[in-house]
Ligand binder design. Structure first.
Ligand code: HEC
Ligand code: HEC
Length: 158
């Protein structure tokens, strides 16, 4: 249950009567914690995400080898230089090199189903259903699709 005015992202899920702005802020916070590490803080993709790492760690494939498995829960023991592969996390907004932006332009439910089933890529299904709706709402809002985002907000708080 998220009370209005609760610290964004501090909750375990939605379910309360969240207004649009508060729901998008929750989604932004969930995105920053769970998604930005691969897709970039401003959703600009891996190239942007790398800028948050120290220069000596930007060759991600040194440890996240492309031939490694993609799913690897962080609750398993980690081997520093032998981690899940990252794939090529695309921008989730339109950028100069990626003018299409988010490719999933179907109903919000399709985007929710995709992120619930596949993201975060190394541990899909980790978030609650309501959290995936908030993430969906945030991504739609970020792409200027306010009406669809409002549908996702409604689904998150149902
Ligand atoms: C380990 C890196 C990684 C993390 C963390 C991650 N993603 Fe992804 N994401 C990817 C990759 C790589 C793809 C491209 C498809 C694939 O290889 O699975 C992708 C694709 C996507 C797409 C499809 C974009 C499109 O236009 O088709 C969406 C949406 C998405 N991710 C959302 C999220 C959300 C939301 C989170 C956080 C809950 C997240 N991702 C966390 C790596 C990641
Ligand atoms: C020196 C080895 C090494 C390099 C280089 C490295 N990682 Fe990692 N990464 C790890 C290890 C070990 C973990 C698991 C333990 C932890 O979270 O620190 C991890 C965890 C992660 C996670 C999941 C936990 C989280 O913080 O969200 C993501 C996503 C990730 N790395 C992405 C990246 C990206 C993107 C790069 C390149 C910019 C990168 N890593 C570079 C070793 C590395």
């Amino acid at each position: 249950m998220v009370a209005l005015g609760a610290p964004a992202g501090a909750s375990g899920g939605a379910g309360g009567a969240l207004g649009y702005g508060a729901a998008i802020a929750e989604g932004a916070s969930l995105y920053a914690l769970n998604c930005a590490v691969c897709h970039g803080k401003a959703a600009g993709g891996l190239a942007e995400a790398k800028l948050s790492f120290p220069p000596e760690e930007r060759t991600c494939t040194r440890c996240h080898r492309p031939s490694n498995r993609t799913v690897q829960s962080l609750s398993e023991p980690v081997v520093d230089n032998d981690m899940f592969s990252l794939g090529t996390p695309p921008p989730l907004i339109a950028t100069a090199e990626h003018p299409t932006g988010l490719t999933l332009t179907a109903a919000p439910a399709a985007l929710w189903a995709y992120v619930s089933a596949t993201m975060p890529r190394y541990e899909p299904g980790r978030q609650t259903p309501a959290e995936y709706w908030l993430l969906t709402a945030y991504l739609l809002d970020l792409n200027g699709r306010g009406a669809a985002a409002a549908e996702a907000v409604a689904a998150a708080t149902r």
